[in-house]
Design a protein around this ligand. Structure first.
Ligand code: GDP
Ligand code: MN
Length: 382
């Protein structure tokens, strides 16, 4: 789960990381009231779950109420890379002597936490990594050992931050590491982490991704309530389906996560673009199949549907009956291609053959089914 900047800053503050005081606003009037409360000058900041807000015009300095009114009016409702701004964060403006970058995330291949720190902050870190990789100081932190002050100090020196920033940066990074571990985050990023002219180091931006698997350990209800979920994913979650929305035109239903992933690969291999990942789990009852078809049917981009089922404990004829019954319940626009294999596949295929039409076709292999689905989706099969 990704947090909005203001939520990330609230989390940071609870771990002793210095942030600027501020308030959330949903309307222009609320923005002015928030700014009056915070004290001028303020920064009016669009709250969207995407970076590069500054460049997009979603972050503006305001030195009085009139300026807040103008900027809040412009930014509310603004589209920033596909995200509509519904909320603002109004915070006390900071003076900036230097902008740095600091983050922690998991390096799965190293089986350690990865800290990245750079004196080149404020800008896109991917660009820094590409153009000037030596400008990023990296450390691996063993989760068992944790991060101690001496190591953090060495790291800060390696990143060549201004000497004035050393102590503040060490303290901030130690707290950021605690926030990352104890807060159960997958990512904490501070860009920019600033040095103020009077020598303080603080977080001017916050990007936090929480590990949803740790939700039971925390009270994240408030964060969850503001999540903007893909509508399709919301519908699937309500039906208890494992669904991930993608951008293509071939809707996919498979049983088992591994098979569903292979199905995405095969559709790609056949020159198509999957519209989703959908794992209906072990069984393939009419109930579950109907729910899955409904979710896929609700995606206007879908031009064909590929159902890829491998019967294991669930036998082929049960699966086929489930599909036929589901089709009787849901009216589906897009043509369906089915590959059914595994236990009692022959019986299952015989049942499907009775219902074969332009809108419902069977193919014996995954690749053939993918090719047909891709062709039907109107894309050139390779
Ligand atoms: P992002 O563009 O979405 O990453 O948003 P940030 O919160 O990182 O802000 C982008 C840039 O706006 C920062 O790198 C700063 O240069 C500038 N900025 C943000 N807040 C302040 C502030 O309080 N004072 C000043 N002077 N500049 C700010
Ligand atoms: Mn930023």
């Amino acid at each position: 789960m990704d947090l909005f900047e203001h939520q990330g800053k609230e989390l940071f503050a609870s771990f002793g990381i210095p942030v600027s005081p501020g308030a959330v606003a949903r309307t222009v009037d609320e923005a002015v009231a928030a700014a009056d409360g915070v004290g001028y000058p303020v920064v009016v900041k669009a709250q969207v779950l995407v970076g590069g807000r500054g460049k997009a015009g979603g972050i503006k300095l305001a030195s009085n109420a009139d300026e807040v009114r103008t900027h809040a009016g412009n930014i509310l409702g603004m589209d920033i890379r596909g995200h509509t701004v519904e909320r603002l964060w109004i915070e006390k403006a900071s003076d900036i002597a230097a902008e740095y970058y600091g983050s922690f995330t998991l390096d799965r291949s190293a089986k350690k936490h990865l800290g990245m720190l750079s004196a080149k902050g404020g800008i896109d870190i991917e660009a820094v990594a590409e153009e000037d990789p030596d400008a990023i100081a990296r450390i691996h932190v063993d989760p068992v050992d944790g991060l101690d002050e001496a190591t953090a100090r060495k790291w800060v020196r390696a990143a060549r931050l201004d000497p004035d920033a050393e102590q503040g940066a060490v303290e901030l990074l130690l707290n950021l590491y605690r926030c990352y571990v104890e807060g159960d985050a997958d990512l904490v990023e501070v860009n920019p982490m600033i040095l103020t002219p009077d020598g303080r180091v603080h977080a001017l931006d916050a990007k936090v991704t929480l590990d949803d698997n740790a939700a039971f350990r925390h009270d994240w209800a408030e964060y969850a309530s503001t999540q903007k979920r893909d509508e399709r994913e919301q519908a699937a979650a309500e039906k208890g389906l494992q669904y991930v929305g993608l951008d293509g035109t071939v809707g996919i239903i498979a049983n088992g996560a591994g098979l569903a992933m292979s199905t995405l690969d095969v559709v790609n291999q056949a020159g198509g673009d999957p519209a989703n990942f959908l794992d209906i789990g072990g069984g393939a009852s009419a109930e579950v199949m109907a729910g899955a078809l409904e979710v896929i049917n609700g995606d206007p981009k879908v031009r064909s549907i590929f159902i890829n089922i491998f019967g294991g404990i669930t036998r082929g004829e049960e699966v086929a009956n489930g599909i036929v019954q589901a089709l009787g319940r849901v009216s589906i626009e897009a043509p369906i291609v089915i590959r059914l294999d595994g236990t009692n596949a022959d019986q299952g295929r015989a049942i499907l053959a009775e219902h074969e039409s332009e809108k419902l076709q069977s193919r014996p292999t995954m690749l053939e089914a993918a090719r047909t689905a891709v062709e039907l989706a109107g894309e050139a099969a390779k």
